[in-house]
Design a protein around this ligand. Structure first.
Ligand SMILES: Nc1ncnc2c1ncn2[C@@H]1O[C@H](COP(=O)(O)OP(=O)(O)OP(=O)(O)O)[C@@H](O)[C@H]1O
Length: 237
């Protein structure tokens, strides 16, 4: 079976914090793989290592058959959790700017149409809604027609309608044969979109299986991860 990402015994430390603690995980070509785990589990660190934005301290990782690095950037699209753009940059300008970085791209106008961004083409980034920003980052991640796309908390902060349309977009990418790594906190989202799910905690993969084999992902998630810290119950009054 062809693998899009193959990581073995990855370790990544930030000072005293161990973000990845011997993480082993494979992503198959053409699948939507969900990475599910609590805050600080190491999900973002893993995808950053996979696309070459961070270098692991130990272990091995290959993405699309290559050592992650600069050469990967034409083959991988990334929508990162904390991505931002200058407030005054217009949507159309952002696409043109990014298009200039790649030797070959999709037609930016077609992308604007596909992601419902034509109406806000002249809008500066700072004036876009949360959903429009997410769609712009998706369009930018797909501009160079990558083989693998990493979506880190794609739907966080989106209203239910925008979330539904983001889900439809992920399904469309899958049907086009792209490999998608979807980082999420949302069990329902993982259940709805992912072929397989990896449950990650404390820098390790606790379970990785086809989504329907978990027999109720939410129950499985809590049995692997635990209930976590209890939050104080706030009075409604
Ligand atoms: N640049 C950094 N410097 C120091 N510590 C970091 C850095 N990035 C991440 N960490 C720490 O590494 C651990 C893993 O973080 P990471 O962002 O990979 O987790 P995550 O699963 O993506 O979390 P979240 O769901 O909250 O985004 C956390 O303890 C985090 O505080």
């Amino acid at each position: 079976m062809e693998l899009a990402i193959e990581a073995t015994d990855l370790v990544k430390r930030y000072g005293a914090t161990v973000a990845l603690d011997g993480l082993t995980l494979s992503v198959r070509r053409g699948e939507v793989l969900g990475l599910l785990g609590p805050n600080g589990a190491g999900k973002s660190t893993f995808v950053e290592c996979a696309v070459g934005l961070r270098t692991p301290d130990a272990g091995t990782i290959r993405t699309l058959g290559m050592q992650p690095g600069r050469e990967l950037c034409t083959r991988v699209g990334v929508q990162l959790q904390h991505a931002t753009l200058p407030d005054r940059l217009r949507v159309g300008e952002a696409l043109e700017l990014f298009a200039a970085l790649y030797p070959r791209t999709a037609d930016p106008r077609a992308l604007l149409a596909r992601w419902g961004l034509e109406r806000v083409r002249e809008q500066p980034f700072g004036k876009l809604s949360g959903g429009e920003r997410q769609r712009l980052f998706l369009a930018l991640a797909l501009l160079h027609e990558p083989e693998l796309v990493v979506l880190d908390e794609l739907t966080t902060g989106l209203d239910p309608e925008a979330r539904r349309s983001a889900w439809a977009l992920v399904r469309a990418l899958r049907s086009e044969g792209l490999t998608v790594v979807l980082v999420t906190h949302d069990v329902a989202e993982a259940e709805a979109l992912c072929d397989r799910v990896a449950i990650i905690n404390r820098g390790q993969v606790l379970a990785c299986a086809p989504t329907d084999e978990f027999g109720g992902l939410e129950t499985a998630y809590f049995s692997f991860v635990g209930e976590g810290e209890a939050w104080p119950v706030l009075s409604a009054r």
